[in-house]
Design a binder for this molecule. Structure first.
Ligand code: HAM
Length: 421
């Protein structure tokens, strides 16, 4: 029997961990700068949390959720996204009473039973934000400016921000009706999925990639023309604000989202390096969701980035693993090994950034320890054999300069700090 990871769920291997850590650390720094606090919600939620919010007829709810019954026959679902659980937590813990605007971020795995392909997994990871408590266009502007700045800070170029507005609940309902009217005599040219969507979720027809649907949609009514005056004004202020702060975007009138909770501003970030699954991230406003889930009536906006897709788009200019500074402590004999362990703690106290200390824990020969130091890319090797120990000294070998000094063991941490910083 050969065991393999579950289809569409991948191991994150040590050779890739630098990527993940670098992205996550950078994201935390960027988000905390903008006053976001981290929230971690459970992987499992009551299924109803997702059905009501994402929408009963959406692809996620009808086809993609990992849903099962627990021992008491309660229906549980592995979270396919982060917004609904966070709104659930916001209401459950009355987070809105702490301050009028709540700014939260999350980093973690999401689960969708999609057909796996490049950039599409069944367990994937998101960095997401939710700003709950402001209906203002300035919340949309700040969220998009922060996202834009963070993508730049990751070193990503060539991404495109696609922007649209769906309007309020009434606008969406009215537009769906006029779209249905337009599509009524063109049904035969729609794909099978769109024929079904037309009745239950007409807006989704607009972003179908099927060639004959694209033809039909070309002359479809325009969402923007259909917006009520306040929604038009909100969208205009968002666009003007983004231009003023230097965030470039493409207004994309057919951009609708695969989750029903959106109203008003919606956006998607695409990157040409990704192939068919080209969205690195997406988000928008969801002004009715908090109320619909039993909370107060507050405006909200957020986004989520797919970390795997971000890594594909960034590949080539990664934060390399070569940046860590490795010190190897090579020891012979029990006394030297104990001293080496004490020394490792003392070196740690020097707080040299990105320092890694390795030591022999398999009682190998000095020659094989030196080979190991070399293989691990050690910059310095601290050698403590019986001779050195008897004199309270260590050899400090600079592997790059190919030089060796004898120093007192007690001065090794200070010497390393001097030479590495
Ligand atoms: P979403 O568009 O469903 O939105 O997902 C956001 C991002 O997650 C996508 O753009 C993509 O990068 C990544 N993603 C989604 N599905 C997969 C998959 N199967 N494999 C790999 N990556 C994937 C949401 O999840 C909303 N909750 C975003 C949001 C937050 N809206 C407001 N606040």
């Amino acid at each position: 029997m050969e065991y393999r990871s579950v289809k569409g769920m991948e191991d994150m291997l040590p050779q890739d961990s630098d990527w993940w850590r670098c992205i996550e650390n950078k994201a935390r720094g960027e988000l905390e700068f903008y006053g976001y606090s981290e929230i971690r919600t459970p992987i499992l939620e009551d299924t109803a949390v997702f059905v009501r919010s994402i929408g009963e007829t959406t692809d996620i709810v009808t086809k993609e959720m990992f849903t099962f019954s627990d021992r008491k026959e309660r229906s549980l679902t592995m979270r396919p996204e982060g917004t609904a659980p966070i709104v659930r937590a916001y209401i459950e813990h009355s987070l809105g009473t702490l301050s009028p605007v709540t700014k939260l971020y999350y980093i973690g795995p999401m689960f969708r039973a999609e057909r796996p392909q490049k950039g599409r997994l069944r367990q994937f990871h998101q960095i997401g934000v939710e700003v709950i408590g402001s209906p203002s266009p300035f919340a949309d502007i700040e969220v998009l400016a922060q996202l834009h700045g963070m993508l730049k800070a990751f070193g990503l170029d060539g991404f495109v921000i696609k922007l649209n507005s769906l309007g309020c609940k009434d606008d969406k309902a009215r537009f769906a009706e006029s779209l249905k009217g337009y599509l009524a005599d063109k049904q035969s040219r729609l794909c099978e999925d769109c024929k079904k969507r037309m009745e239950k979720n007409a807006l989704r027809v607009l972003d179908c990639k099927n060639e004959s649907c694209v033809q039909v949609i070309r002359n479809a009514p325009n969402i923007f023309d259909n917006l009520c005056a306040p929604c038009k004004d909100h969208f205009t202020r968002v666009k003007d604000g983004l231009k003023a702060v230097g965030v470039r975007f493409e207004e994309t009138k057919n951009l609708v989202r695969g989750l029903d909770y959106y109203t008003g501003t919606v956006f998607e970030i695409t990157h040409p390096g990704l192939g068919s699954q080209d969205a690195i991230g997406a988000g928008g406003r969801y002004d009715n969701l908090v109320k619909d889930m039993g909370g107060p009536s507050v405006g909200a906006v957020g986004y989520a980035l797919g970390i795997e897709r971000l890594i594909i788009a960034l590949k080539g200019k990664a934060p390399g693993s070569g940046t860590a500074k490795v010190v190897y402590i090579a020891t012979l004999g029990d006394a030297a090994k104990i001293r080496g362990q004490q020394l490792a703690e003392k070196i740690k106290d020097e707080s040299v950034p990105r320092l890694v200390v390795l030591q022999d824990i398999s009682e190998a020969s000095l020659k094989s320890q030196m080979r190991s130091a070399d293989k691990n890319g050690a910059r310095f090797v601290v050698i403590m054999g019986e001779d050195e120990m008897s004199q309270g000294n260590a050899k400090l070998k600079d592997m790059k300069e190919k030089k060796e000094d004898v120093v007192a063991i007690d001065s090794v941490p200070g010497e390393l700090r001097k030479r590495l910083c």
